[in-house]
Write a protein that binds this ligand. Structure first.
Ligand code: HEM
Length: 508
């Protein structure tokens, strides 16, 4: 593996094996285990089984304990999955110092080593996304739309009106990376290929290196972690592009204060509005931009890829959505406000997210209080353990959705019409099943305190992209009626990485 030598891997493997057996022998719990409950060796083989069959195991636990809690073995620990809306609500409402989102992320990605301890300690970049970035979406929409048009033209490179077989995810990833970075760092950097590839690869690097470091016992992490991580080289690489821009911004702020003429309205400025002390350094700001790209690019690309697989597998959705886009754009043009009137598009994307959520578990939190976390029914999860809510099983439960297993792209727009009757084209009133609305039965963006702060941007970008595809391109499945099956990696589930669809420019 690139940059990790064989001795390091063997050493990690040996250390991991010793600590697995040691840690396993110490963990006892009265909470039922779905697999691997008969001792350290059984739980170890259970952990391997879980890695390969996470979706089935969590689904099994969900059916066996519909209103209870169960645990599943991972290589080092038991992790806990809590069922039922009341428990999901309690996880969503728990304060950070009791059920910690940050420590959960830090454990999963080993952020101290892979990204830097400053990321573990402080997520202020999330505030920039939740605040200024979201508030500026309407104002910045023309640039985002301009980038979408440019990116589709450039990346798809469809010269003639002939059908082309498109490898979906890598192309969509390029388009999403460009479009997102138009808002994050602006032109011309958002079109610089090396910068885009760096941001796309960063996520995979952090996940893979984080998993390897996670296999080490605590005492070895500070020793081997820095050799396994590419933390310094990734930031150095990003500095090549972001360094001069951020240095210039910092100098301008020193000279003119916060409100200098022509100050760009982008993520760099929004971060600078919040950054204090050591956060106002070029490397720290660079790291924040990498972190936001990491949160934004893969999640959004996977959603659009899944939506395209659904569109081509269930083509009956094509014409009604296309008509909706044409009608709304003819009446109102392209704006964030006009996207809000594309109810079928919103519904189609929400339904895609409902059935294509990327993991059987969601909302991972680490128990941060020494006495453990006790739910209102008295169930206690021990200190230091990871707690999750069921993701796929919640979304596929017939108690939550009629014919829950079936893809029904207009499920939510129909519900909207039923709720609002003849006012369905008017203001939303009490309708609360928009793409961005989280709930106890819809956890794709999480729910509660840490619900994804970027979901308003993600929804704007995804709706604008899907609408753009619908009125500019014809699409069809590579093989009629066949949806490329999802790929699975441990608890991650993704739209098929190698999947293709046919695409051509629409005749005008
Ligand atoms: C379809 C696209 C997206 C999906 C499915 C998604 C999903 C999520 C989820 C599940 C979480 C954790 C919530 C929890 O555990 O309660 C999260 C957190 C986060 N997301 Fe997103 N996300 C998406 C797009 C974005 C975008 C475009 C941005 C940035 C512009 C973004 C920025 C963030 C940040 C900064 C956090 C961490 C929040 C914190 O520190 O409290 N996400 N996202």
């Amino acid at each position: 593996m690139d940059g990790v030598d064989i001795k390091t891997v063997l050493l990690c493997g040996l250390a991991a094996a010793i600590s697995i057996v040691w840690l396993r022998s110490r963990e006892k719990s009265s909470i039922p285990a779905i697999i691997g409950s008969k001792g350290p060796i059984s739980s170890y083989s259970g952990a391997i089984h879980f890695l390969r069959n996470a979706t089935e195991v969590v689904q099994q636990g969900y059916y066996k304990h519909p209103d209870g809690v169960f645990r599943v073995p991972t290589l080092f620990h038991w992790e806990y999955v809590v069922n039922g809306p009341q428990r999901i609500a309690e996880v969503a409402a728990a304060p950070e110092e009791i059920l910690s989102f940050k420590e959960g992320v830090s454990d999963t990605l080993q952020t101290d080593y892979t990204m830097g301890p400053e990321i573990t300690k402080n997520h202020y970049h999330g505030l920039a996304v939740r605040g200024s970035l979201t508030r500026n979406l309407a104002r910045c929409f023309p640039e985002v739309r301009n980038e979408i048009v440019h990116a589709f033209d450039h990346v798809l490179a469809l010269e003639s009106k002939e059908w082309k077989l498109l490898h979906v995810l890598p192309n969509i990833m390029q388009i999403v990376a460009r479009t997102s970075n138009r808002l994050f760092v602006g032109l011309p950097l958002c079109r610089e290929q090396e910068y885009l590839d760096l941001n796309i690869d960063y996520t995979a690097t952090i996940f893979i290196r984080g998993q390897i470091i996670g296999l080490l016992p605590g005492f070895l992490k500070p020793i081997l972690g820095p050799f396994i991580s590419t933390r310094k080289s990734s930031v150095r690489h990003a500095l090549k592009f972001l360094g001069p821009i951020i240095t210039d911004r910092l100098e301008k702020e020193k000279e003119y204060g916060r409100d200098w003429p022509e100050r760009p309205n982008d993520l760099i400025s929004w971060l600078l509005d919040l950054a204090v002390g050591e956060e106002r350094t070029v490397p720290d700001l660079t790291l924040r931009i990498l972190a936001i790209n990491m949160a934004a690019i893969h999640t959004t690309s996977q959603t659009l890829t899944a939506a395209l697989y659904n569109l081509t597998t269930y083509p009956e959705h094509l014409i009604p959505m296309c008509e909706e886009v044409e009608r709304v754009v003819a009446a109102e043009g392209w704006s964030k406000a006009s996207l809000a009137n594309m109810h079928k598009i919103d519904s189609f994307l929400r339904e895609t997210q409902r059935l294509n959520i990327i993991s059987p578990v969601a909302m991972g939190r680490k128990v941060a209080t020494k006495e453990g976390f006790t739910f209102s029914d008295g169930t206690t999860i021990p200190y230091g353990a990871m707690v999750y809510v069921p993701g796929i099983p919640t979304h596929c439960d017939n108690a939550n959705y009629e014919n829950a297993e079936v893809f029904d792209g207009f499920r939510f727009s129909r519900l909207r019409e039923e709720r609002l009757g003849h006012n369905a084209d008017g203001p939303d009133g009490f309708f609360s099943r928009h793409m961005v609305t989280t709930g106890l039965d819809h956890v794709v963006f999480g729910h509660g305190r840490h619900a994804c702060p970027g979901r308003f941007f993600a929804a704007t970008e995804l709706k604008a992209m899907l609408a753009h595809i619908l009125i500019n391109y014809d699409v069809k499945a590579e093989t009629e009626g066949f949806r490329p099956p999802d790929d699975h990696f441990g608890v991650l589930r993704m739209p098929n990485l190698r999947g293709k669809i046919w695409i051509r420019k629409r005749a005008v």
